[in-house]
Design a protein around this ligand. Sequence first.
Ligand code: ZN
Ligand code: ZN
Ligand code: ZN
Length: 317
Amino acid sequence: METVEVFTTEEKGRGLKAAKEFWAGDVIFAERAYAAVVFDSLTHLVCHTCFKRHEKLHRCGQCKFAHYCDRTCQKDAWVNHKNECAAIKQQGKAPNENIRLAARIMWRIEREGGGLTEGSLVSIDSLQNHVEHFGEEEKKELRIDVENFLEFWPKGSKQFGMQFISHILGVINCNGFTLSDQRGLQAVGVGIFPNLCLVNHDCWPNCTVIFNNGNHEAVRSLFHTQMRIELRALGKISVGDELTVSYVDFLNISKDRREQLKKQYYFDCTCEHCQKGIKDDLMLAVKEGDGKPSPDVVKEVIQFSKDTLEKIDKARN
Ligand SMILES: [Zn+2]
Ligand SMILES: [Zn+2]
Ligand SMILES: [Zn+2]
């Protein structure tokens, strides 16, 4: 990829920096999911290929579990669904979304190996898993997931060791990216996008991630587009600038953001906004002020939130 470069630093580990200049809204890169699955509660309401929600979906005649918009989506799915389909049919039921995602990743590794795939800057093998940071409760859940995985995984498929299975489940835990339906309103699934995993967090990021469901409406398949994420610039980015996104809601106050980052991503945020508590006074005034906050404060918070959301919205179009 010519638009970005991988770098490594002592304190933050790997990251990505811009290899050319970008302006607000520019697509820095687009990436297809290495693997992705629909959430358990929505498997019959959302297409398993493009993650669009539809009134009427076609059901896979074999496993009766997978659902698709149409033949195009069903055909596109087959390479990733083939093994899953047989395993579900054999067991008579599908395992939960975590296990399904882990299995899709493993079948892809079985097909292509665990090294770099085309267009990727990082291999699945070398993504962070944070398993060594797990507490007792998380370790217990991991053990249950490993058991469920082994129960689902067919004897005829390539066999992986416990440690590697734990690695993949750990990768899903801290790198899973939530996918939304075509209106962008509902979280409907989760996917792994290796290049995106390299983008570090900042509470005041210069990029945002847009999920694009793709489009099959053109008559000629040449003009069809596939489901993908797009990393887009929120403002001007110069060559050599680190690219960042916010892993958490940046409208939360810094204490809440730091807690969530530590709990889910296992690091202490040291960005300028966290260190200085920039804007916290505004957010706190609305959240915890005794009685009602002053109209000026409310106005300022609303303006601040609007400006931020507008910036993201602009990057979307
Ligand atoms: Zn579809
Ligand atoms: Zn099937
Ligand atoms: Zn921060």
